[in-house]
Design a protein around this ligand. Sequence first.
Ligand code: NAD
Ligand code: UDP
Length: 338
Amino acid sequence: MKVLVTGGLGYIGSHTCVQLIAAGYTPVVLDNLHNSKLGVVSHLKKILDQDVQYYVGDIRDRQLLQSIFAEHDIKAVIHFAGLKAVGESVEKPLEYYENNVYGTLALVQEMKAAGIKSIIFSSSATVYGDPEEIPIRETTATGATTNPYGRSKYMVEECLKDLHIADPDWSITLLRYFNPVGSHPSGLLGEDPQGIPNNLMPFIAQVAVGRREQLAVFGNDYPTKDGTGVRDYIHVMDLADGHIAALQHVSDKAGVHIYNLGTGTGTSVLEMVAAFSDACGHPIKYQICERRPGDIAECWADPSKAKADLKWQAQYGIAEMTADTWRWQSNYPNGFSD
Ligand code: NAD
Ligand code: UDP
């Protein structure tokens, strides 16, 4: 069964391609290389011992979508492509709405024209804003988002729900990821952020490997276990498997299927620093700084709905997440090549 994977050369998409092939699916990748490098392709080949078919192009290019759908018998689309930096989205809201919202509409319109009515969309815990309850359930209120990136995810969710109301044959799966971290255990694939990392784990990894001097810990006066922010970190291999589970259990069923993909466990910034020090064998230098504007104190998922319906639950803990990230970062301190 062929699956179109938009953004398939990116961080989560590339790991999902590995797991798709392992599960017997054939991914067809579409990526415009905005935030990824072609070097990913040769790393995938080393892991898989086979080529992954890919197109370098944009989800907003309708002619390209038409030709891909004409050439391949695609049964479902896993839609990762999009822009994801919260701070940048505040500076460049139009680019975010254009890429994330309009891009998804173009994709879905061409899917409709080609008679493909199954999409798995990369949503985010950010749609819950500052959550009204913890652990967060799928029924927890969404929409009180705090930045254009989060709003673009919320808008796409709403557009896809309306599409299902208009045509109930569609299978719409909204996967709300918590904090994806970690790397393929081979050390051949991982996250390769361009410029200064926005997120905690890649920043710690670059400090560990000597690319950055120290971590700025954004606040230690939150009402959490040690005062630092608490998040639900999920291993990217577990996340990838969540997509396979969604393909197997709901992508051929009409409806709107919404799942939190998290572990259900909260980890603080300082706990993550300590775990990474264990993984790399030396201390991670850090300094306590001001809170980062817009950050929430803590959040973690109630992942029980995914367990019940998709027969999926996270297998890996913080020790594997940090060890696998360190393997990737120390093998490839400068990430993928062009
Ligand atoms: P990523 O940037 O590594 O991957 C996204 C890929 O999409 C990149 O390879 C990029 O080149 C490509 N792309 C961007 N715009 C495109 C376009 N218009 N046409 C074709 N390709 C395009 O990001 P990721 O971490 O792998 O995230 C994948 C998805 O998951 C994104 O939609 C993101 O918003 C969502 N998500 C990520 C996180 C996270 O923390 N990583 C959390 C929640 C949700
Ligand atoms: N964080 C930090 N220093 C950094 C990056 C992040 O202290 O350089 C903290 C941040 O305040 C939050 C946690 O690490 O409490 C996770 O942040 P990240 O940006 O990775 O994820 P998000 O805030 O989007 O959940």
